[in-house]
Design a protein around this ligand. Sequence first.
Ligand SMILES: *Cc1c(COP(=O)(O)O)cnc(C)c1O
Length: 412
Amino acid sequence: MTNNVNGHNTGHIPFVDLITLHRELYDELAPVFRSVMETAGFIGGLMVEGFEKDFGSLCEVQHAVGVNSGTDAIRFALTAAGVEPGEAVVTVPNTFIATTEAISQSGASPVFVDIDERTYNIDPAKLRHLLEHECSIDRETGRPFYHKLQKAIAAVVPVHLYGQMAEMDPILEIARHYRLIVVEDACQAHGAEYFSKRENRWRKAGSMGHAAAFSFYPGKNLGACGEGGAVTTNSAEIAHQVRMLRDHGQSRKYYHDFEGYNGRLDALQAGLLQVKLRHLTEWNRRRQEAARRYNEAFGGLHDVITPFEPEWSRAVYHLYVVRVPDRDGLQKHLAKAQIGTGIHYPVPLHLQSAYSQLGHRPGDFPVTEAVANEILSLPMCPQLHAEQQSYVVQNTAGFAAEGTVHQRAATA
Ligand SMILES: *Cc1c(COP(=O)(O)O)cnc(C)c1O
């Protein structure tokens, strides 16, 4: 079945189109495969080092260390930056579970603070409130001790969700005051920027915390043809620790300073990523353009809340997330029109079965809970074109015209 908009054949509109991207790039990617086969250099080596150097430049950091996933990148970053088993690490309930899995796998316990309703990212005021009112300061270490868990809070993981950076100036100021480690979860934010008033300049995602984690899962703004991730940092010591953690705790073959992991980035993936990295800035620009087109087109629709991009942010739109009263209704309506959508994320982490032992209840993080019921991620990728977007907008408007959106809003 096909749809016809302004004479253009829109057909099925996938949520993300990874096939077109790889067709476009096939001639650039294929030689990487050949060269890896010819050298049998599957693990480590020049391809990994070359990609690490290029990715570090993109993020404007001194060190990038390739690892085998974003999840491992968060875990290695936390451990390398000094988080110890038995401590607590603060993050948000509105994120992918990998963020908290990595915290738990580092031996620490996740502690949640709610998000800002407009940016969907961590609310610095709520972070400050937790540290001021639910912790006491340990006289010896100067660090906050969290009464509820009876644990020291060692770190905070701001997540740059949907491709927009968290509000880093206040987060870093709070972290300095409370001596917290900051590990950015930049898994959705390759190339995103934040204007630091404190430094009076734009800073790249992954360059502001003690360390940061990136994912190269295929659907991310920079995606491998398989799994991959990286830790970025300006600390030579943290970079060295991550290199050891990813490689069984060894700095020299078969000499192990501690137990590490098998967490390396494959040479093949590194080579493919290095090719794709050359296109990232252009891809991000196309995502930003697509977001602008959506914003304009949705301008007249009252019940569609479009993404909020503060003046201090240059988001890279990993996802384009709208908020509507009858999200499930709209999602079904768009599915009937063959428009793919997603929900990021339908169940807040504090209400997941996996975290029932934390003892949270509905109502604990009201902003996250409210938005979880109303957010919908629309088709977004660099290959998305204007005609496809008009078709998405027309169908969303059509749903509103049927009264469903307005009705709910009027009774709310
Ligand atoms: C994708 C993602 C991760 C995990 O990355 P993987 O490479 O899939 O392990 C972590 N955090 C966020 C916010 C993500 O979107």
